[in-house]
Ligand binder design. Structure first.
Ligand SMILES: NC(=O)C1=CN([C@@H]2O[C@H](COP(=O)(O)OP(=O)(O)OC[C@H]3O[C@@H](n4cnc5c(N)ncnc54)[C@H](O)[C@@H]3O)[C@@H](O)[C@H]2O)C=CC1
Ligand SMILES: O=C(O)CCC(=O)C(=O)O
Length: 418
């Protein structure tokens, strides 16, 4: 991609954009732009054939002024020190945007888990958990799932931690299976907040979600649940993609059937509800009402942004737009609703899981979903109030204004800063 940028630099640019609407000194702003610490380690793990392989792994703790560091663990060949730094920073501002009492962290192991057996993935995960042990804890740093990790990996990390610490501490990690202390509603929570943000955005912009056409890039946890729930609002999902490519039907198709096909065959290719297959870029530039990038960072750069035909973008992925794409889309009046609001359902229900773990009292799914809806609609109101009050250049900048003010207030009121 022509303007693919380092995601850590994107994060810093987003903070600078918001700073123009805030009256903080450069010292204060510099502190908001760098992680407090980053663990960089290597895991030496025995493979099934007896050989030993070495993996790079990271955990970044960006800012803990509002509470324990919080954020997922990603398994992907693109994982790097700067990527986890960016992702951990986005967690800080996400938790502040939806006003839950956490700071931000993120971790990852640089590998493709699909190339390894389940027992190899388990040994790699448990090896990482041993490295994380001194850093994590229910009041210190609480990991969770992200790309290519889920309940299985969270359960292994919890078990390794609890065994080594000789304790029972389910709140050390969230996104666990319900049998291991996970919360009802966590698997669907990220997609649910994407749906809630979409619903509020259409309402705010005076557009009708019923029969609105939708394209979704990335059909994993975040993208497939968002598609299913937006389909339930009456919208028409016409194209979805995964790393194997995109499928399209101009008349729309059942988002659940597309997910079933992916679960059964491992990819969207050959989905019988589609009439044609497209490239990833063709999906991103389709003439639809709503585009949901739900894969990885930098999916839409300045060049692609020039060809985007959607009226509204709701970011399910973290950092899917480059700063240049943001500028182009803002000039072209495409409304972008930012990741730090739209995908915050995951960490919000992680917060509910952590509360339930600490109280040893578990909620029904209906309560989880109701509380999540309250958090996201309140954050959406905070966003539009600030957007209108500041006349910010776009919704992302307005959301960062809200979030940065909360982080600075916590640091100042808490006596962390003079
Ligand atoms: N899982 C969670 O709770 C949360 C996830 N997110 C973010 O959502 C995004 C997706 O994460 P998950 O859904 O959890 O991951 P996942 O591993 O469940 O799914 C990722 C999907 O993206 C697809 N993909 C990868 N590269 C692609 C490409 N170039 N074009 C099209 N599709 C591509 C994969 O095939 C897969 O379908 C990430 O940015 C993640 O950080 C954000 C908040 C919470
Ligand atoms: O559930 C969580 O704690 C974090 C989820 C996450 O990694 C994210 O929001 O990007």
């Amino acid at each position: 991609m022509s303007d693919e940028v380092n995601p850590f630099e994107s994060l810093q640019e987003q903070i600078d954009d918001a700073a123009a609407y805030l009256e903080y000194s450069t010292d204060v702003l510099e502190r908001l732009k760098h992680p407090e610490r980053v663990l960089e380690t290597t895991l030496s793990v025995e493979m099934d054939d007896g050989s030993v392989e070495v993996f790079e792994a990271f955990r970044s703790q960006f800012n803990g002024d509002r509470g324990p560091y919080k954020g997922g663990i990603r398994y992907h060949p693109q994982v790097s020190r700067d990527e986890v730094k960016a992702l951990s920073g986005w967690m800080v501002y996400k938790c502040a945007a939806v006003n839950i009492p956490y700071g931000g962290g993120k971790g990852g192991i640089k590998f493709d888990p699909r190339q390894y057996s389940a027992s190899e993935v388990e040994r790699i995960t448990r090896s990482f958990a041993k490295e994380l042990r001194p850093l994590i804890g229910e009041d210190r740093d609480i990991p969770a799932p992200d790309v290519n990790t889920g309940q299985r990996e969270m359960n292994w990390i919890k078990d390794t931690y609890e065994t080594l610490e000789n304790t029972t501490e389910p709140g050390v990690i969230t996104g666990k299976a319900p049998e291991s202390g996970g919360s009802a509603g966590r698997v669907e929570a990220t997609g649910r907040s994407v749906m809630l943000t979409t619903r509020e955005a259409f309402d705010y912009l005076g557009k009708d979600i019923e029969r609105a056409t939708v394209a979704v890039q990335g059909y994993g946890n975040a993208g497939s649940v968002a598609a299913k729930l937006i389909d339930d609002l009456g919208a028409n999902v016409v194209a979805v993609s995964d790393s194997s490519g995109a499928v399209h039907n101009p008349d729309g198709f059942d988002a659940r059937a597309a997910k079933d096909h992916k679960n059964e065959t491992g990819s969207l290719a050959g989905f019988e509800g589609a009439t044609e297959e497209l490239s990833n870029e063709e999906l991103l530039t389709m003439d639809v009402d709503l585009l949901i990038p739900a894969a990885l960072e930098n999916a839409i750069d300045g060049d692609i942004a020039n060809h985007v035909q959607a009226d509204i973008i709701v970011e399910a992925a973290n950092g899917p737009l480059t700063p240049r794409a943001d500028d182009v889309l803002s000039e072209r009046d495409v409304a972008v609703f930012p990741d730090i609001l739209a995908n915050a359902g995951g960490v919000t229900v992680s917060y509910f899981e952590w509360v339930q773990n600490r109280q040893r009292f578990y909620w029904e799914e209906e309560r989880v979903n109701d509380e999540l809806e309250r958090v996201i609609t309140t954050a959406f109101e905070d966003l539009v109030d600030t957007y209108e009050r500041t006349d910010a250049e776009d919704f992302r900048t307005a959301m960062y204004v809200v979030a940065i003010e909360r982080v600075v207030d916590a640091a100042e009121e808490g006596g962390i800063w003079p």
